[in-house]
Design a protein around this ligand. Structure first.
Ligand SMILES: NC(=O)c1ccc[n+]([C@@H]2O[C@H](COP(=O)([O-])OP(=O)(O)OC[C@H]3O[C@@H](n4cnc5c(N)ncnc54)[C@H](OP(=O)(O)O)[C@@H]3O)[C@@H](O)[C@H]2O)c1
Length: 326
C-alpha cells in the first residue's frame, strides 16, 4: 500500500514511517525544506521524501498523488515560543489543507493524530473517548480543532477519517521525558505527585496507528491509544529512580511559584518569538491528571500494547545513556 506520513522527521512520525516500511508499505514522507539530516535518514531507511509544508497547499497536493492512506502526525507541538495563530496555522488550518488535498487526490483514508490532551485534566479517571473535551491551552485547543476539521471531512462521506488520540508518548528518540528522568535522579520533586500520568511506548503506539490505517471498521471512529497502565507521578518518579539506581527526590516544592514563573516567561518571550525557558504547559504536567481507558482500541482494532512500563522506562534510559544524555 502506498502511504504518506507527515511529521516523519519528528519522533513519532519517524518511528511510524519505519514501522510501516517494515510492515510492507511503500512509504512517502512529507518533509520541510529545513528538515535536513532527519530527511536524509528517512531516505536511507527506504522512505521516499517529498518537500512540502502544511502551510503550503500546493505542496500537499503533490504529496498526496497516488496515496491510499495518509497518516497525519505532524503538528506544532514542542515549541512554546509561538503565538496562538502560529499554532492554529499548522494544527488546524494545516490539517484542513491536508485533508482537502487528500480528498482531491482520491486518498481512501486519513488517520489523524490528535492528543489525549483534548480531554484536559481528567476529573474522573480513567477517561474514555467519550469523556468531556476540555483542552487547557492553545496547543490542545488547536489539536481539538484539527480533529474536528478532520472528522467533519469524514462525515461528508468523501473520505474515511480515523482520529487517534495518543497518550504520553515515550521511548528511544524522544527527549521530552528526559526532564522527568533528570528530576527523578535529583533531590527535588515539584508538587505532591498525586496526579495520574499515563505513558505509551512508541513501538506500541505506531502499531496502533497502523491498525487505525488498516482495520476497515475503524472508519469514522476515534481511539485513545494508551499504554498498559497509568500511575501517579510519584510512583512514576520512583520507578524511574529505581531504573536509574538512585533514590527518588525527597524534597517537595509547591507548584504555584513555578507556574507563575512559567506564565511570566511566556509573557516576555512569546511576543519576542523566543522559546520560553519555562512555560505553563510544562508546569501543569505536575498538576493535571491523565489516566485513560484504551479498551475501545483493544476491542475494535486489536490494539494490544506489548511493552510494560518498567521495560519501556529501561529501554528509554538505555537510549538516554547511549546518547550521553544521562
Ligand atoms: N509526544 C507526545 O507525548 C504526544 C502526545 C500526544 C499527542 N502527540 C501528537 O503526536 C504527534 C507527533 O508528536 P511528536 O512528539 O513526535 O512531535 P515532534 O517530534 O515535535 O515532530 C513534529 C513533526 O511535525 C513536523 N512539522 C511541524 N510543523 C510542520 C509544518 N508546518 N509542515 C510540515 N511538517 C511540520 C516537524 O517537522 P520538522 O522536522 O521539519 O520540524 C516534525 O516532523 C503530534 O501530532 C502531537 O500533537 C504527541
Amino acid at each position: 500500500m502506498k502511504v504518506l506520513v507527515t511529521g516523519a522527521t519528528g519522533f513519532t512520525g519517524g518511528w511510524l514511517a519505519r514501522h510501516l516500511v517494515r510492515s510492507g508499505d511503500a512509504v512517502r514522507a512529507l518533509v520541510r525544506p529545513t528538515s535536513g539530516a532527519a530527511a536524509d535518514a528517512l531516505r536511507v531507511a527506504g522512505i521516499e521524501t517529498v518537500t512540502g509544508d502544511l502551510c503550503a497547499a500546493a505542496s500537499l497536493a503533490k504529496a498526496c498523488v497516488g496515496v491510499e492512506v495518509v497518516y497525519h502526525i505532524a503538528a506544532s507541538y514542542r515549541t512554546a515560543g509561538q503565538s496562538a495563530s502560529d499554532y492554529r496555522e499548522v494544527n488546524t488550518e494545516g490539517t484542513r489543507r491536508l485533508v482537502e488535498a487528500s480528498e482531491a487526490a482520491g486518498v481512501r483514508r486519513v488517520v489523524h493524530c490528535s492528543t489525549g490532551g483534548v480531554h484536559g485534566h481528567i476529573e474522573d479517571p480513567p477517561a474514555t473517548e467519550d469523556a468531556p473535551l476540555a483542552p487547557g491551552d492553545v496547543y490542545q485547543d488547536t489539536k481539538l480543532e484539527g480533529e474536528q476539521v478532520a472528522r467533519a471531512a469524514g462525515e461528508s462521506g468523501r473520505i474515511e477519517v480515523v482520529v487517534a488520540r495518543p497518550i504520553g508518548i515515550y521511548g528511544p528518540g524522544d527527549t521530552r521525558f528526559l526532564k522527568l528522568f533528570r528530576l527523578a535522579s535529583g533531590r527535588v520533586m515539584i508538587g505532591a505527585g498525586k496526579a495520574f500520568y499515563h505513558l505509551t511506548f512508541i513501538e506500541d503506539l505506531v502499531e496502533g496507528f497502523r491498525l487505525c490505517g488498516t482495520v476497515p471498521e475503524a472508519a469514522g471512529r476515534t481511539y485513545l491509544l494508551a499504554g498498559p497502565r497509568y500511575t501517579t507521578l510519584r510512583e512514576l518518579v520512583a520507578l524511574i529512580a529505581a531504573e536509574l539506581g538512585t533514590r527518588p527526590p525527597r524534597l517537595r516544592i509547591p507548584v504555584w511559584p513555578i507556574w507563575l514563573a512559567g506564565a511570566l516567561c511566556e509573557l516576555v518571550c512569546v511576543p519576542l518569538r523566543v522559546e520560553p525557558p519555562l512555560y505553563r504547559r510544562r508546569v501543569e504536567f505536575f498538576t493535571k491528571s491523565r489516566a485513560f481507558d484504551a479498551s475501545r482500541a483493544r476491542r475494535e482494532l486489536g490494539f494490544a500494547p506489548q511493552v510494560d512500563l518498567e521495560e519501556g522506562l529501561h529501554r528509554t534510559a538505555v537510549w538516554y545513556r547511549e546518547q550521553g544524555l544521562l
